[in-house]
Design a protein around this ligand. Structure first.
Ligand SMILES: NC(=O)c1ccc[n+]([C@@H]2O[C@H](COP(=O)([O-])OP(=O)(O)OC[C@H]3O[C@@H](n4cnc5c(N)ncnc54)[C@H](O)[C@@H]3O)[C@@H](O)[C@H]2O)c1
Length: 251
């Protein structure tokens, strides 16, 4: 039941990106999988190829412009068009007070979460425009609404990506391109494995106090929302950020 639509997913080697890939594959979408983790990316490729779809894996560091140009070109060469762009690759850096972050950490987290996301939009949107339109999901965060303690740089990138999402909703309203931000809170993946290493017990307690009650999610749970936002929900959710914090409300 291949449905000939094409989804390009960054950060698809593990976590949420892999879950989105599996769900889209089960619904018959063709996939371009992008990640800089080649081994895990190839594993995702093998898993999605168990379905009746076409899929490719392209190794890329999303923070490098030449890699982004290459993943977009390879996708267009293979499939001819991009219908859905899941702009999902992201990282965390060790959690600190703002003045304790060094410039290298600033460059890393902004390079992937903001510059990388922007570069994806810069090169995917022209392909969508040429093809009459398309839908974009940017993976943002609860930190796009309210930062947790010691997470200032990450929160800044996710606020900025929420801003880009809302701007796409305005800029392309008449051009048939839609964008939705999907904002998980606590999702069971490996992204935070190095983020907590910088915290002592006291700081961990303060972090938890600023997190607030929520229902922890598996990546499969958030993938349901991403796939809906990218496909049937895109028109009505256009330019909005979908809060997936499982009970925590942000005003
Ligand atoms: N896990 C959470 O609690 C949580 C909460 C809110 C938002 N998010 C966001 O969800 C998204 C997916 O993260 P996840 O939780 O699935 O973690 P993850 O670490 O499992 O997935 C992130 C993926 O991005 C890839 N990646 C990282 N840097 C890259 C680069 N420079 N170039 C190419 N690929 C790169 C990684 O290899 C990995 O496959 C991220 O944008 C993250 O900020 C996660």
């Amino acid at each position: 039941m291949n449905n000939s639509k094409v989804a390009l997913i960054t950060g698809s080697a593990t976590g949420l990106g892999r879950s989105v890939a599996l769900k889209l594959a089960s619904q018959g979408y063709n996939l371009a999988l992008v990640d800089f983790n080649e081994q895990a990316g190839q594993e995702t490729l093998q898993l999605v190829q168990e379905q009746d779809i076409q899929a490719i894996f392209i190794k890329a560091d999303v923070s490098r412009e030449e890699d982004v140009i290459n993943y977009v070109e390879k996708t267009v060469e293979t499939f001819g068009h991009i219908d859905y762009f899941i702009n999902n690759a992201g990282i965390m850096v060790p959690m600190r007070l703002i003045h304790e972050y060094d410039l290298n950490e600033y460059d890393r987290v902004t390079g992937v979460n903001l510059k990388g996301a922007f570069l994806g939009l810069k090169y995917v949107i022209p392909v969508m425009l040429e093809n009459g339109g398309g839908n974009i999901v940017n993976t943002v965060s609860s930190n796009s609404f309210k930062p947790t303690a010691y997470n200032g740089l990450y929160a800044a990138t996710k606020h900025a990506l929420a801003g880009l999402t809302k701007s796409i909703g305005q800029d392309y309203l008449d051009l048939n391109i839609r964008a939705v931000g999907v904002a998980p809170n606590t999702m069971n993946t490996g992204i935070a494995s190095n983020a907590f290493t910088s915290l002592n017990a006291e700081r961990e307690q303060k972090l938890m106090a600023t997190t607030g009650p929520n229902i922890p999610a598996a990546p499969e749970d958030i993938a349901e929302v991403v796939v809906f936002a990218a496909t049937t929900g895109a028109d009505m959710l256009n330019g909005t950020i979908v809060n997936c914090a499982g009970g925590q409300i942000y005003q």
